[in-house]
Design a protein around this ligand. Sequence first.
Ligand code: UTP
Length: 474
Amino acid sequence: MLEKTFENIKRLVVRHNQGHLLAFWEHLDAAQRRDLLAQIAGLDFSQVDDWVSNYVKNPVSAILPGDFGPAPCYSLEPPDGDMARKYAEARRLGEEMISAGKVAGFVVAGGQGTRLGFDGPKGDFPISPVKNKTLFRIFAETVAAVSKRYQTVCPWYIMTSPLNHSETQEVFRSNDYYGLDEGDVFIFQQGTLPNFSFDGKILLADKGKISCSPDGHGGSLKALYKSGAVADMTRRGVELISYWQVDNPLVNVFDPLFVGLHVLDEAEMSSKALIKAEPREKIGNFCLVDGKVTVIEYSDLPDELAEKRNPDGSLVFELGSIAIHIINRSFVERLNREGFSLPLHRAVKKIPHIDAEGRFFEPAEPNGIKLESFVFDALPLASKSIILETKRSEEFAPVKNSMGVDSAESAREMMVARAAAWLESAGVAVPRKQDGSADCLIEIAPSFALERDNVRAKVDQIPEIKAGDKLYLG
Ligand code: UTP
């Protein structure tokens, strides 16, 4: 039986120029052989030739659509009375949806976090400025606080990858699910894609093991369905998925206004955007292509378009994507039922592997190609998609690097800055340094306030703040 499967698989790999995957067959025991055959059978060989010619061997430059413009967006504040009424109605509707348990939290946490260089799942990275709470703890406390405020249960879905799944499960177990009910936390794995050498050969991590990487956050749209997460949502009556990334501690994960605008406009997948800090900021650009909201990557937007300005001085392409979305459960179901695929993106990486002699090789320089899909590439597949502007200082503090820009340090500073601004807008005096930054550390727990406006009702619980203080409001 094994021999027959072996012969079939051998024909398959040879036909697709990947015969080397079986080069160490004679070195493997029966279990390893079965495992290797299963790994190969799990690869989508109908696509491998296409991947090799279109992504691996040729660094295709993106084909820009012939005609496109900036995408429309709901601004931070409603511009007129009609819009103010729409925002108020949306907020009310969003609150109703959350209260009815129709909105689930969904964090993508399957990335490798190579730039941060933290030993463990990124969600276990300690980040809060006073208590040093981890990213997962902050999100868990938010889920708990939202559930309490709306007297409901907000289920929370967490996507991992085979590289960090069991570690993530262990983090949740050892923290007792941060006080959440284990049954309301659904941890599942995303898929993987094989890694390639520059000449189009799938790399082997070991004699019986194919080298794979997580298939990108775009893989979440398949994994949600395949893992049973969508079925679990259906059982619970969840209709909307609130999507965010594990490395943004400032994200407002259950935003009634965002939810309500999305529902009022009958959208299938929507996004939050911020105004780019500069024309070439390294975030995707929200554009409108053939009437569809589409993200064009910063590297693909020609300089003259990136720099182009409106008569009032604002950038024509000013809206940047920050990976915060509302996705209809029915959209995920539709895509998976119809069968869909997102475009792949190639990344040149250092990929450890074994060479033709079976020797382990740890490259010092990038030596291969990793493929991944991006969730925002699903936006044009949605029948309707809206965008809501948000403020960087309120909602976007990415923890990407170990130092400098977009690092833990910059995120902590932003967390303190936001807390200080929330207190001041409720009339609390915050000591400031000469450069304007807060001269103290402040941490506001989700249980204390989920939004700026929540602080006002609790002002009497806030002590006087002196320079150098460390204040935790929980
Ligand atoms: P990034 O693109 O920043 O990648 O992920 P990363 O893996 O975290 O970090 P680097 O590039 O290796 O330094 C953005 C978000 O998407 C998730 C990450 O966990 C993060 O929340 N992600 C990324 C996945 O869930 N799966 C993936 O395959 C890739």
